[in-house]
Design a protein around this ligand. Structure first.
Ligand code: ATP
Ligand code: MG
Length: 349
């Protein structure tokens, strides 16, 4: 719900590559919302590969401290990754998720219907658990009787499953269809995925809420199949980390360019918007990066904080620009620049 804030402090971490082009665009879109959100204040912060090459640290202590102590939320751009492993470098986004306990990755995948008011062909949200599963990175290799033997630990806890489940129910309850699909593979991994599935299923009983949300289940493999065959069956999907990773990329493929898809990393105390795309070195510096994923990430971040009206206005403005098709960047087969697309969105606002 909306907190009573007299101003909204937003950390901006453009980081590398086209992040430096699209995050400033998102900032301008937020400013254009005027009084729909309390006075936005922006704090520019450093992180990323360039920061690492300059200072030897990918995520400066100061950036984390300011986010924690001063900011209500943040927008993160994208990081370049070195082509080979570099000692001392690790992705700042992964570290930030840990530092701020951003346990959920939320990624709406929505297509734009040809006419306003029509139901889009794809309109779903993937909610991915972001802290455990195979990503605890406990791997080992030994020399066994059959040669090298490699193992990885997959961790699923009740606590993490419950909190991601609760976030997914919360999102489902706020939508018109109120339908939640739990993704798992408990026919094979009955203990780990069994725990995930049972815990998520138990959220309504535990909280006494969400009785109007319908619950379905789907094995991860058939979920990917259905996603491509009949995406309209899905509303909100919730999944453990690895399946969520795969499902959210698969879903992204349904709506064309990576330059359109937003996400948030959310925890109980903080939310960080982040376009799904990477640093796009092939188009960096050309001024043609699509700013829409970042503008929609800003909308999603504001929605998470309870600023529904501002979020809706951003999304509607973007929908109008896409629908008209006059100002589109090259990834959408247009010839416009980042600035021209931004100006078109600001015009609609
Ligand atoms: P990284 O290692 O940082 O992820 P990458 O080479 O994987 O870099 P991505 O950013 O993931 O690049 O992009 C994949 C492709 O999609 C590239 O061809 C890129 O130009 C294109 N792309 C990604 N984001 C955008 C955007 N916002 N606007 C236009 N094209 C984009
Ligand atoms: Mg990439």
């Amino acid at each position: 719900a909306t907190q009573a804030r007299s101003s909204l402090k937003i950390g901006l971490i453009p980081a590398d590559g086209i992040g430096k082009e699209v995050i400033p665009a998102a900032r301008q879109a937020i400013v254009a919302l005027g009084s729909d959100i309390p006075k936005p204040e922006f704090i520019n912060l450093h992180a990323g590969w360039e920061t690492f090459t300059r200072t030897g640290v990918a995520l400066p202590h100061e950036t984390v401290e300011i986010l924690k102590s001063e900011c209500d939320c943040a927008l993160f751009g994208s990081v370049s990754s070195p082509s080979r492993k570099v000692t001392g470098y690790s992705s700042p986004i992964v570290q930030l998720r840990k530092e701020l306990d951003l346990y959920a990755n939320v990624r709406p995948v929505v297509s734009v219907a040809p006419n306003a008011g029509e139901q889009p062909a794809v309109d779903l949200i993937v909610v991915r658990e972001n802290t455990e599963c195979l990503y605890v990175k406990q791997e080992q290799q030994i020399d066994g009787p059959n040669g090298k033997e490699a193992r990885a630990t997959r961790l699923i806890t009740e606590r993490a499953s419950r909190r991601i489940g609760q976030m997914a129910f919360e999102l489902a309850a706020a939508r018109s269809r109120k339908h939640l699909t739990i993704i798992h593979k408990s026919n094979v991994l009955s203990i780990t995925d069994g725990l995930f599935r049972e815990t998520v299923r138990g959220v309504p009983a535990l909280t006494g809420k969400y009785s109007d949300v319908t619950i379905a289940e789907q094995l991860v493999d058939s979920a990917v199949y259905r996603l491509f065959r009949e995406p309209e069956v899905f509303d909100v999907m919730v999944a453990p980390n690895l399946y969520g990773d795969i499902i959210s990329d698969a879903a992204a493929a349904l709506v064309g360019s990576l330059g359109l898809i937003p996400s948030i990393n959310a925890g109980d105390d903080f939310v960080m918007g982040e376009p799904v795309h990477g640093s796009a070195p092939d188009i960096e510096g050309k001024g043609i990066a699509n700013p829409i994923a970042s503008i929609r990430s800003a909308a999603l971040m504001l929605r998470h904080l309870g600023y529904t009206k501002g979020a809706d206005r951003l999304d509607v403005a973007v929908d109008q620009v896409i629908r008209e098709g006059r100002y589109l960047t090259p990834d959408l087969k247009g010839t416009s620049t980042t600035q021209e697309v931004l100006d078109a969105v600001l015009g609609k606002l």
